[in-house]
Design a protein around this ligand. Structure first.
Ligand SMILES: [Cu+2]
Length: 615
C-alpha cells in the first residue's frame, strides 16, 4: 500500500512521540530537585488538594504543576492542574466556542487531551499526533470552535505516564436546548487511583513480571474453587485465573473525586429528589464495578450521549468510559461502591441526606476467575475448528469432555487438559497481523461479547448493564450501510508485557496509519486475542456499537471494552478530518504499544483506500 500521507497540514515526525515517552523517564529524578510551588507554580502551599473547583466561560486558564500528595496517610508525588487532583471541572456550553490556555510549569513536556470532544484535530492534544506538546514554561491555547455536543466527558494528559500521577479532570457540556435528563441535583463522580509509586516504577515492575501486583495469585493452599488439575493447567499456560487487572489494590488506593474510601466524599440529597451522577472512569488501569447496594437506578447516558433510560443495579465501567445515572435515594444515606474489577479494593462515596450521614460499606466480594470465554473458546456458537491446522496436537478426548457442555463459557476453567492445545494458532489470524513474540495467544473462536456484563458480573443476583442494553435516545443521522468492513486484532504477550494492534507495537508502524476516506462509513470489528479486557478509544469521533439495537439507534460511544478472547464491532462515519489517536486506554498498555494513528482524509481528497487483508 501507499505510504503517502493524504494530509500534510501537520508536518511532524511521529517517531518523536515515542522518543518523548522515553524521555519522560527523566521526570522522576527532576521531580525531587525543586518542587513546583518553589518554581512559581500555582500550588501555593505545596500541598495538592483533593477534589476540584469549577472553571467556565469564553476563556479558561489551566496550569499544570506538581507537588507532594498525601492520601489516607500514604505519601506520593502528584501532577496537578490548578492545584488539585482531579483538576478543575471544565464546564462548557453546547454551541459556544471556548479558548483554553494551558500553561506547563513542569520540567518536562505536557499536554491536555479533551476526551470525547469533537474538535479540530490540532486541538485534540496528543503529542506526536495532533500537536507537538507543551514545552516546559510554555502556554498552549486550545481554540475550540462552537461545541457540537453536550454531556459528560473528561480531560487528561496524553504525555508519558502523567495521567497516573493525577493529571486529569471532568468536563460537563451543558446542552443548548432543554436537557432531556431532568434532575434536582447534578454531581460528578470521577473514579481514579492513587499510588505512592512513581508511574515509571510501575511500568518497570510490569515489564519485569506481569504478576508482580497480583497478590491474589492462586497457590496450592488458597481458597479458590480450583482443583489441583485446574491449577496445573493454568501453570502450564504460565497464566493465572486471577489475572484480572495488571495493577491492583495492593498498590492503588482507589479514589472518588480524589478522596480515598476513608476520606468521606459525600453527595447531599433530600429524600424524594432525583439525583444525577455523572460517573467518569478517570483511572489509569482500573475497571470498576459500580453499585449502590439496595438501590436500583437508571442509566441515562453513556460516553456523554443520551440513551434510553435502563434500570439496573450495577454496571462495569472501563477506563475512560463515562455513564450518567439517575438515582432517587431514600433513607438517611446510601453508599456508592466502585469495586475494582478484581475486587482488590474500592472507591467509596455516600449519598447523604445530611452532612455526615453514612450507610454501611459492604465488604469486597470474592475475586472473580477467568473463564473459558476469556480464553477465546466458545463451543456454543459455531464451535471450535477441530479440523484446523495446528489443532491436531490437541487432546480431543479431554476437550470433548468439558468443553462441549452448555454454558461452559461462563464457567471457571475446570477439569480440562490444555496441555496439548494450541493457544497460539496463528493460522487463524488475517494476513496483515504480524506473527512474532508480541503474540502469545490467538482466540480460537472469538465471539461477540456485547451482551457480557464484564468479568465477574455474570452471576450476581441482580440486573447488571451490558452494551446490549444501550439504545440511543435520539436517532443517529448517518443510516448508510458500511461500505467496507475491517478487522483489527488486539494482541499481546502477557509475560513480556507487550501490547499491540495486529501484532505490531506502535513504534514499528508509526508511519503506517489506519486510513479512512472522508465521510467513509466503515464497520470495524475488534478481535481480542488476549486474556485481558481492553477499553479501546478512538479520538475525535463517536462510533456506534453494533449491539443489536436498530440501525438508527445504535448507541454512540468513544470507548468500547473488548472482552477477553471475544470481539466487539462498531460502525464509524469518518467525518472528522485529520490525524487521530486510536488506542487502548489502559495507560501501561498504550505506553507498551497498543496504539495506532487513524488518518481521515480531507474533504475532496480521496486516496486509494485498499489495505492488505481487507474484504
Ligand atoms: Cu489494553
Amino acid at each position: 500500500m501507499s505510504t503517502t500521507k493524504p494530509t500534510q497540514q501537520f508536518a511532524f515526525d511521529r517517531r518523536r512521540f515515542l522518543t518523548r515517552s522515553a524521555q519522560a523517564a527523566t521526570f522522576m529524578g527532576l521531580a525531587h530537585t525543586a518542587p513546583a510551588w518553589a518554581r512559581g507554580g500555582n500550588l501555593h502551599d505545596g500541598a495538592i488538594r483533593p477534589g476540584f473547583d469549577e472553571v467556565s466561560g469564553r476563556d479558561i486558564a489551566l496550569t499544570i504543576g506538581e507537588g507532594p500528595r498525601v492520601v489516607q496517610g500514604r505519601r506520593g508525588h502528584a501532577i496537578a492542574v490548578n492545584g488539585s487532583v482531579p483538576g478543575p471541572l471544565v464546564r462548557l456550553k453546547e454551541g459556544q466556542p471556548v479558548r483554553l490556555a494551558v500553561t506547563n510549569t513542569l520540567d518536562e513536556d505536557s499536554s491536555i487531551h479533551w476526551h470525547g470532544l469533537l474538535l479540530p484535530f490540532q486541538f485534540d492534544g496528543v503529542p506526536g499526533v495532533s500537536f507537538p506538546g507543551i514545552k516546559p514554561g510554555e502556554t498552549f491555547v486550545y481554540d475550540i470552535p462552537a461545541l457540537r455536543q453536550s454531556g459528560t466527558y473528561w480531560w487528561h494528559s496524553h504525555s508519558g505516564l502523567q495521567e497516573q500521577a493525577g493529571h486529569y479532570g471532568p468536563i460537563v457540556v451543558e446542552p443548548a436546548a432543554t436537557d432531556p435528563v431532568q434532575a434536582d441535583r447534578d454531581y460528578v463522580l470521577l473514579l481514579s487511583e492513587f499510588t505512592p509509586l512513581h508511574p515509571h516504577t510501575i511500568m518497570d515492575k510490569l515489564k519485569k513480571g506481569e504478576g508482580y501486583f497480583n497478590y491474589q495469585q492462586n497457590t496450592w493452599t488458597d481458597d479458590y474453587p480450583l482443583s489441583g488439575e485446574d491449577r496445573r493447567m493454568w501453570a502450564r499456560m504460565r497464566m493465572m485465573a486471577t489475572d484480572i487487572l495488571d495493577v491492583t489494590g495492593s498498590t492503588y488506593t482507589y479514589l472518588a473525586n480524589g478522596r480515598g474510601p476513608e476520606e468521606g466524599l459525600e453527595f447531599l440529597f433530600t429524600p424524594g429528589e432525583r439525583v444525577r451522577l455523572r460517573i467518569i472512569n478517570g483511572s489509569a488501569m482500573t475497571f470498576f464495578n459500580l453499585r449502590i447496594p439496595g438501590v436500583k437506578f437508571w442509566v441515562v447516558g453513556a460516553d456523554g450521549q443520551n440513551v434510553r433510560p435502563v434500570e439496573v443495579e450495577e454496571f462495569q465501567i472501563g477506563t475512560a468510559e463515562t455513564y450518567d445515572i439517575i438515582v432517587e435515594p431514600t433513607g438517611e444515606a446510601r453508599t456508592i461502591v466502585a469495586e475494582s474489577m478484581d475486587r482488590s479494593g474500592m472507591a467509596v462515596a455516600t449519598l447523604a441526606s445530611r452532612p455526615g450521614a453514612r450507610a454501611s460499606v459492604p465488604p469486597l466480594r470474592d475475586p472473580p476467575l477467568l473463564t473459558m470465554a476469556d480464553m477465546g473458546m466458545n463451543h456454543g456458537s459455531g464451535g471450535m475448528d477441530h479440523g484446523g491446522g495446528d489443532m491436531a496436537g490437541m487432546d480431543h478426548s479431554a476437550m470433548g469432555h468439558d468443553m462441549s457442555s452448555q454454558g461452559a463459557a461462563a464457567e471457571p476453567m475446570a477439569g480440562m487438559d490444555m496441555g496439548g492445545m494450541n493457544m497460539r494458532d496463528t493460522s487463524k489470524l488475517p494476513p496483515d497481523v504480524k506473527v512474532g513474540p508480541g503474540i502469545d495467544m490467538v482466540s480460537m473462536n472469538p465471539v461477540d461479547r456485547m451482551g457480557d456484563p464484564g468479568i465477574g458480573l455474570d452471576k450476581v443476583p441482580h440486573k447488571v448493564l451490558t452494551y446490549k442494553d444501550l439504545v440511543a435516545l435520539a436517532p443517529n443521522d448517518d443510516l448508510r450501510r458500511p461500505s467496507r468492513q475491517m478487522e483489527i486484532h488486539l494482541t499481546g504477550n502477557m509475560e513480556r508485557y507487550m501490547w499491540s494492534f495486529d501484532g505490531k507495537k506502535f513504534s514499528a508502524v508509526s508511519d503506517d496509519p489506519i486510513r479512512f476516506a472522508y465521510n467513509e462509513r466503515v464497520r470495524v470489528k475488534l478481535v481480542n486475542d488476549t486474556m485481558m479486557a481492553h477499553p479501546i478509544h478512538l479520538h475525535g469521533h463517536f462510533f456506534e456499537l453494533v449491539n443489536g439495537a436498530p440501525a438508527d439507534r445504535q448507541p454512540q460511544k468513544h470507548t468500547v471494552i473488548v472482552q477477553p478472547g471475544g470481539s466487539a464491532t462498531f460502525d464509524l462515519t469518518a467525518d472528522e478530518e485529520g490525524d487521530w489517536a486510536f488506542h487502548c486506554h489502559l495507560l501501561y498498555h498504550m505506553h507498551s504499544g497498543m496504539f495506532q494513528i487513524v488518518t481521515v482524509a480531507p474533504r475532496g481528497n480521496q486516496p486509494e483506500m485498499k489495505r492488505v487483508g481487507e474484504d
